[in-house]
Design a protein around this ligand. Structure first.
Ligand code: C2E
Ligand code: MG
Ligand code: MG
Ligand code: MG
Length: 294
């Protein structure tokens, strides 16, 4: 239930916070080894143009295939990676792996010029003075244009951001990399910072659109949030779209892009390649299970 209250809030109730000290120590050690052992991999969730269902990009999402514990999801190990500093190595690996994947897609298939890859960054990574050099180097070595990359950073990281974080964001932006606020609407922040930051896009948290179809008041509110983002000179992306009704409501409000289980779950790189290859729009239409094909 704590999770339902929204990501970023009520962290104390997240399962990972209930892990024993010993388990957290074990997992940190295993994670450190896992990074060097190919236990980590990325799934990619399509971001779509709402009006057409066309895939206009993907968000890279990390997973950990643990030899004994099985598949571990990021909410269950990113906090441990952050508190131990492992996130720095992990973050560099994610960026590199995502860009290498885009380079493969670019080589094998024709990527639309507006196809973007989104990579999540933890606040701690923004505090590193060498972040921008790493990003620049990863882009150069993979041959990916900076305009294809969008860095996602949660609202709280922006709000608590100091000089180094601001330097990182401005430098990345100057490089041509897109900057996006993730989980917008979950923090307790003031909105006055919106216009002062080098931010291009805002990803509205799924908690804001959950009841949009059942509740006209919420629809009105989301409309206003969308207007606010546009007034700040930014583009809005809506996450957590789970139903056709939600997608249709957002479209009526003039919202242009989004992602969520309705369009597609996070996919393996191979599945993304299939969509790119066929130009299929999302959601993919499944043949009925009992179809005779006649
Ligand atoms: P996020 O960046 O907000 O990513 C969206 C999360 O919502 C993903 O969970 C995604 O699978 C899930 N999601 C997508 N569509 C829907 C939907 O329609 N309904 C619902 N209920 N959920 C949806 P995931 O993959 O478990 O990732 C959780 C969080 O872990 C991410 O939230 C992000 O904050 C963090 N994370 C993931 N990968 C990385 C990474 O490479 N680096 C860092 N620093 N954090 C990461
Ligand atoms: Mg994200
Ligand atoms: Mg998010
Ligand atoms: Mg999140």
């Amino acid at each position: 239930a704590a999770k339902e209250a929204g990501r970023g809030q009520n962290k104390a109730f997240e399962p990972v916070m209930l892990y024993s000290r010993q388990l957290r120590r074990d997992m940190a050690a295993e994670l450190r080894q896992g990074v060097g052992r190919d236990e980590l991999f990325l799934d990619y969730q399509p971001v779509v143009e709402l009006a057409s269902g066309r895939m206009i990009g993907v968000e890279a999402l990390i997973r950990w295939q643990h030899p004994q514990r099985g598949l571990v999801m990021p909410d269950d190990f990113i906090p441990i990676a952050e508190e131990t500093g492992i996130i720095l190595d992990l973050g560099r690996w994610v960026l590199r792996a995502a860009l290498e994947q885009v380079a493969r897609w670019e080589g094998e298939l024709a990527l639309e010029p507006d196809f973007k890859v989104r990579v999540n960054l933890s606040a701690m990574e923004l505090q590193r003075l060498d972040l921008v050099d790493h990003v620049r180097q990863a882009l150069t070595e993979t041959g990916i244009s900076p305009g294809r990359l969008i860095i996602e950073i949660t609202e709280s990281a922006f709000v608590s951001g100091g000089d180094v974080e601001m330097y990182s964001l401005r430098s990345l932006s100057a490089l041509g990399v897109g900057i996006e606020i993730d989980d917008f609407g979950t923090g307790y922040s003031s909105i006055s910072y919106l216009r002062r930051l080098p931010v291009h896009t805002v990803k509205v948290d799924r908690s804001l659109i959950r009841d949009i179809s059942a509740d006209p008041g919420q629809r009105h509110f989301v409309d206003a949030v969308h207007g606010l983002i546009q007034a700040a000179g930014m583009e809005a992306v809506f996450e957590g779209i789970e139903t056709l009704d939600q997608a249709a409501d957002l479209l009526v409000l003039g919202c242009r892009s989004g992602q969520g289980y309705y369009f597609s779950r996070p996919l393996a790189a191979r599945q993304v390649a299939d969509i790119l290859e066929t130009g299929a729009v999302l959601p993919l239409v499944q043949a009925p299970a009992n179809s005779t094909g006649a």
